[in-house]
Design a protein around this ligand. Structure first.
Ligand SMILES: Cc1cc2nc3c(=O)[nH]c(=O)nc-3n(C[C@H](O)[C@H](O)[C@H](O)COP(=O)(O)OP(=O)(O)OC[C@H]3O[C@@H](n4cnc5c(N)ncnc54)[C@H](O)[C@@H]3O)c2cc1C
Length: 319
């Protein structure tokens, strides 16, 4: 990694390039090990330089870290896209760069008198992360509003129509990790800014009513199985409010885990317990919604500590 650091230090400043960075600063769960290299380029040109320098090495693309758990040390480069700022309007369309937060994008749409993003604008995290996860709430999801997504596919920058992005519930083509999202274009509808502001406030209030207020969480840890709610199943297994080491199942919303003083191992172990209990009681295999970035084990293989999680979900982090 030293060669990459020396090369990139010619182009990036100290804010953009940080060796040995503690990852708990960059995950909503406030735990994790260290990244050998943490990069936060401030322009698309610099982003491409970073990706090129990391070619062939382990790398993980991060947005706001609101859905990401780092299982331990990351022996590669974490490329954070938060530095890619900018919003442009063209008619009723708004192009938002990946590093804007969803709240910032919704505020920009409000200023422009463009409605539609009020609900999704209450989801924590970046616009890029929101596209990757197909973030949504209160009956709307970001893919309903997108017309296209501009990405770097490893070779070139290209723009994909929404239909080509394989969006479905909390999943997209980008979940596979090959493309880095640079920006997305939204189709919105004209509305008075005051009305948009009222709707945004109402959605923020609703969120406060139904979700815990404490920090140290990643929102819902499991996806809702078809026709049911993961929170209901977890609660029915008696987990609501239960604490395992430093991690607690929220009293308010049983699909939220709150990190009081725990480690990523504790989070993963509690997830595994919940998953097993729900499987035994209901025969339902809960699929994690959060993204877990594995750590490199002593034998050189990627590990999930005590997670007991395997298969497609576990493999999707090795990019
Ligand atoms: C309190 C709380 C409430 C939440 N409520 C909701 C909710 O109501 N609805 C909902 O959908 N989610 C919710 N979440 C989860 C989270 O906010 C969303 O998943 C959000 O979209 C994550 O954005 P992020 O930028 O933080 O993504 P990250 O956690 O940084 O990344 C998530 C995934 O996106 C990928 N990614 C990020 N940026 C890029 C990029 N530029 N290019 C390619 N891939 C990228 C990462 O590799 C990773 O796979 C909640 C989280 C919290 C903490």
């Amino acid at each position: 990694m030293l060669d990459v650091i020396l090369h990139l230090s010619k182009y990036l400043d100290g804010e953009e390039l940080r060796p040995d960075e503690p990852l708990k600063k960059h995950s909503g769960m406030r735990c994790g090990g260290k990244a050998a290299l943490f990069l936060r380029p401030k322009s698309v040109e610099k982003l491409l330089l970073c990706l090129e320098a990391l070619r062939g090495k382990p790398r993980f693309v991060l947005g706001g870290g609101q859905n990401t758990l780092f299982a331990g040390d990351f022996e590669g480069g974490v490329v954070c896209t938060l530095g890619l700022k900018g919003v442009r309007r063209c008619g009723d369309r708004l192009t938002v760069n990946a590093g804007e937060t969803l709240a910032e994008a919704a505020a920009a749409a409000q200023r422009e008198g463009l409605g539609g993003l009020e609900a999704v604008g209450t989801v924590p995290g970046t616009f890029g992360g929101g596209i990757c996860m197909n973030a949504g709430c209160f009956g709307s999801q970001i893919s309903d509003l997108l017309t296209s997504v501009t990405v770097f596919d490893g070779k070139r920058i290209r723009t994909l129509a929404r239909e080509d992005c394989a969006f479905f519930y909390r999943h997209s083509l980008f979940s596979e990790g090959e493309c880095v999202i640079i920006s997305g274009e939204l189709s919105l509808r004209p509305a008075p800014p005051a009305e948009i502001a009222d709707r945004r406030l109402a959605f923020f209030r609703l969120r406060r009513q139904i979700q815990p207020r404490e920090g140290g969480s990643l929102g819902s840890v499991f996806k809702n199985p078809p026709g049911d709610f993961a929170g209901r199943l977890i609660e029915a297994c008696g987990f609501r409010g239960k604490r395992f080491r430093g991690v607690q199942v929220s009293e308010k919303h049983a699909n939220f885990l709150i990190n009081r003083s725990g480690t990523a191992d504790d989070v993963l172990a509690l997830m595994a317990r919940i998953r097993q209990a729900v499987s035994e009681k209901f025969g339902v295999d809960l699929e994690p919604e959060i993204v877990v970035v594995p750590c490199l084990g002593a034998g050189g293989s990627w590990q999930y500590a005590h997670s007991g999680l395997t298969g497609k979900w576990a493999d999707s982090f090795l990019r």
